[in-house]
Each structure stands twice: as C-alpha cells, then as structure tokens.
Design a protein. Structure first.
Ligand code: EPZ
Length: 488
C-alpha cells in the first residue's frame, strides 16, 4: 500500500538535521501526499473531489482526429492587449471598466498581481472588470507573478508613470527564447528614471520623468508598450522610433487615450506622446484576439473544414489569410467575421515570421503543422525568437517530417499523421499540436495543457462546438474513460 519513505523523505530530514521539527513536518506532508496518492478510495475521492498535490495540473487533452471542423466560433478578447491594459488601468485614481477580457490563466495572474499591490478590482462578469488604482499601496510586484507570466513587467511602466517608482522581479527566459528586456530599460532611462538590477529585481525610480526621443534597437512589442505607459504621464514630449505596430500596441494606445493620454501614431513605427498630468477613468472593450482567430483559421484549413470565425478584425488577419489562400483555401472576409473553407489537397508555401504586419511569430507553430500535411516541401523561417521549434520533436512522433537547421524548418508534407502521446512545450506550440491531433489518425493525448490554457479561453469547448472530438482528462485514471468515450 505504502512504500517506505524514499530518498526524498530522508533527504528532507537530513537537510533539516539541525531543526528536527521542520524535518518531521516535511516528512508528515510527504507521507500524507503519498498515502493520498496510493490509496484507491482516496484516489476516487481525490480524482473527482480534488487531485492529489502530485497530480494537480496534470490535465490532458484527449483528441480523436479525422473530423472536418464545421459551424461557427466566437473569438475572445486579445490576451496580449488585455495583459497590458489591465496593468495600465491602475494608472488612474479613478474607476476604469474593462470589457471583453479573455478568461485565461495569464489575465487571471495579472489581475491577482494588481490586487496584490492594493488596486481595487471587482469582477462584473466573466469578461468585465472594474478597477481603481486609487488604493494602490505598494510599488513592489512579487516574483511569483513574473514567474507565472512575463507580462507582469508592464507594471514597471504603469507604476513608474503613476508613482515614479517600481520594483518588479526580473523575468527569466522562457520556453521560446532568452527574452531580454534591455530595450525596456533603455526607454525608462531615456525618460530620466534610474534603473538597477538588484537581487533579481528591476528597481526603477525617478524624481521626475521627462519626454525623450527614443530609437528602439529592436522592434519590441513589450518595450514599445512599457515605454508608452511611462511616457504618457511624463513631462514634455516623447518620440518612440522603430516602434512595434502590432494590433495590441494600438489597442493599448487607444485605451490610454480614452483615459486622457495624448498618444499619436500607434500602429506606425513612430509613436508621439505628449505627457499629461493625470489620467481619468473610462470604459473600454478589448479588441478580438488576432492569434486565437488565426489558430482557428489554420484548424479549419488543416481539417478541410468550413467554419465562420466571428468577432474578428479581418485587417489584423491579412498575413494569415494571404498564406491560406496561397495554399489553396478559400477565405471570405466580412465586417467582423471571416469564413475559412479548407481543402483536402493543399499546396506548399514558404513562411518567414516578421513583426506586424508580417506573418506573426505566434502563428508559426500552427501554420507549420498545416504545412506538414500539404503537398511538397515548405520552408519556415523564425526570425523573432531563437527557440520556437520545440513542437517539431512532438510532431515527428506523429509522423511529421520536419528538419530544423538553426532558425529554419524544412517541412516535407506527409500523407498522414498518426495519434500519439505528446506534450505541449509552450502556449502556441501546444495549440499547434492540438491541430495536429485534430488531423491525425487515431487518438492523441496532450500533456501540460496548462500552457495552452494560458492563452486560449475554453479551447476544448470551442473546438467541440465545431464538431471536434476532444475532451479533457483530469488525471491519469480519467484518460481510459475519456479515450473510450472519444472512440465510441
Ligand atoms: C510579445 O512578447 C508577445 N507577448 C509574444 O506573444 C509575441 O510573440 C511577441 O510580442 C512578438 O510579437 C505578449 O504580448 C505578452 P518582443 P514580447 O519584445 O513583448 C527581442 C504569445 O504567444 N527583445 O516583441 O516579449 C526579443 O528577444 C507570446 O502570446 C530584445 O532584444 O516580444 C525578440 O527577439 C509569446 N530586447 C524580439 O525582440 C528587449 O528589451 C521581439 O520581442 C525586448 C525584446
């Protein structure tokens, strides 16, 4: 029933040899978890009531491939706009209502982070939040938030703008690359802040912030937004040259202007900001998620389906639309919807990721999965991040034929992919592997779906609404049940 304490338990006791009480406490915890984990009836209870600590977060997707996606799906608010706008909302000492916030892990983390520094946050409904920064009582953002999502670093720009000081944990690298923040720091210093890295924290403070002319060495979405946040409450004018032009940069600028900021040129590579004294409350609705929409477009193409993707801004999807048409799909654009009609026989093409309006790096894994089933050989070049082919090994286990050389993938189309047990390496690679499961023969199980849930709201529910055979298994034992249900 229960194995003798293992090396871990002895290790803990050894480590606490000077403090036996601590050692005994840790051993009790380990024993509890092991018993819970090993006894059948507790497992049944824990299986449905709660998961043993060791299993929590072990949820998996179980997918039976072969269904053509049909019907319509509604796109949620843009995650990458929401993360910055939620951080910016605390800059006013006033009520700000934000609508169309996607209900995903990352937005929940930022909401916890702004609550933690004292902001008033009231959830009006699943996608609407009322926020007031008047009650902010700290300018220190705990590491636990940055550890969960890098975008907590937008609180650097918003707190520096609001309170002239901020202390935020230095974000680590992540699954797709080293992710430096030198351009953020360069911008803050140009505005007059002193910025130092101490004990893993970025410490920024300024007597006053003054406008500056900043030329970005690299086109950076995050740095462009963070500098905009700090500059909009600085004295004088700021020009950001070589600025990022992504839709969510424009959305953040529009939000700040609704709060009384004076920002012009967002969406071009030169953004001009006239600092204002203070910002006021507003109500703002976040734009639709360009990448979620693109993911469903590629899923329709890959399954040779026919779906209407609702609540999108077609202009934001142009690079993706162009490539799907090149491959032989039909794409119909309406005011706020796009329809994608796939085909059993698709050609091949070459992709090179670029900052907007180029082909988005966040769509590279998804389109590569599609290309793995197209006729001929396609070349995909990832020019933004240095480690964004982590899905390739998983796709090879499903029969994909992809060779990666540096930042280029050579993709030879194969007749079919076959289901396998795979793992989501990161958010977009995980979404791409779901598409692979949808087109593979047989059943695919995908581990670590917590990455996917960071950026896709109700992903399995939306896919089931389009006819996909996908379920979530809560733990190992569930898999068998779900697999049987899926296969029937
Ligand atoms: C944002 O990341 C997005 N994340 C990413 O989406 C997206 O892939 C990326 O922009 C590019 O579009 C959020 O918005 C939360 P960058 P960000 O700064 O801002 C280099 C997803 O899947 N760089 O535009 O961190 C950097 O190394 C995520 O939703 C510097 O050198 O990306 C990269 O090569 C993944 N110094 C390039 O710029 C800096 O100070 C672009 O990065 C900053 C960036």
């Amino acid at each position: 029933m229960y194995k003798t304490p293992d090396v871990l338990s002895f290790g803990v006791v050894f480590l606490c040899k000077f403090n036996v009480y601590k050692g005994v406490f840790y051993v009790i915890i380990i024993v509890y978890v092991k018993i819970t984990y090993n006894i059948g009836f507790l497992r049944e209870r824990t299986e449905y009531g709660f998961l043993p600590i060791l299993e929590a977060g072990m949820e998996q997707y179980v997918i039976k491939g072969g269904t053509k996606l049909q019907g319509e799906v509604e796109i949620s608010g843009a995650k990458n706009a929401a993360l910055a706008i939620l951080a910016a909302a605390i800059m006013a000492d006033d009520v700000v209502v934000i609508e169309n916030v996607p209900d995903v892990r990352d937005t929940r983390v930022v909401i916890e982070a702004i609550k933690d520094i004292g902001a008033y946050v009231e959830q009006i409904d699943k996608h609407t939040f009322k926020i007031n920064g008047k009650t902010i009582c700290s300018t220190v953002v705990d590491y636990e938030y940055i550890k969960k999502i890098r975008a907590s670093y937008y609180l650097l720009g918003s707190l520096l703008g609001k309170r002239r000081k901020a202390k935020v944990a230095l974000p680590g690298g992540c699954n797709i690359g080293s992710r430096p923040i030198d351009q953020h720091i360069k911008g803050f210093r140009a505005l007059g802040a002193s910025v130092a890295i101490e004990h893993g924290m970025i410490c920024a403070d300024a007597e006053k912030l003054s406008g500056s002319h900043i030329y970005m060495d690299v086109v950076s979405v995050g740095a462009t937004i963070n500098i905009m946040l700090a500059a909009c409450l600085s004295q004088g004018s700021t020009i950001i040259e070589n600025a990022a032009k992504e839709p969510h940069v424009v959305d953040v600028a529009n939000f700040l202007n609704c709060m009384g900021a004076n920002i012009k040129g967002a969406g071009t590579d030169v953004i001009r900001i006239k600092g204002v004294e203070k910002l006021h409350g507003t109500t703002y609705s976040i734009i639709p998620d360009q990448i979620e929409a693109g993911t469903f477009m590629v899923a329709a193409a890959a399954t040779a389906g026919n779906i209407l993707i609702r609540k999108v801004i077609p202009k934001h999807l142009e690079a993706i639309t162009a490539k799907l048409i090149e491959l032989g799909c039909k794409v119909e654009e309406y005011d706020e919807d796009v329809r994608v009609i796939g085909s059993e026989k698709l050609g091949h093409t070459n992709i090179k990721t670029f900052p907007y309006p180029g082909f988005p790096t966040d769509m590279q894994p998804q389109i590569s999965v599609l290309l793995s089933k197209c006729d001929g050989t396609s070349i995909v070049t990832e020019s933004i991040f240095e480690n964004r082919f982590r899905y390739v090994d998983e796709l090879s286990r499903m029969g994909g034929d992809i060779k990666v050389e540096g930042n280029t993938a050579i993709i030879s189309g194969v007749e079919r992919l076959t289901g396998a047990q795979i793992t989501a390496p990161d958010l977009r690679a995980g979404a791409a592997l779901v598409i692979a499961g949808l087109i593979a023969e047989g059943v695919t199980t995908i581990d670590d779906i917590k990455y996917i849930e960071r950026g896709y709201e109700d992903f399995d529910i939306k896919l089931r609404g389009l006819g996909a055979n996908i379920q979530i298994a809560k733990c190992e034992k569930d898999i068998r049940k779900v697999e049987l249900a899926i296969v029937e």
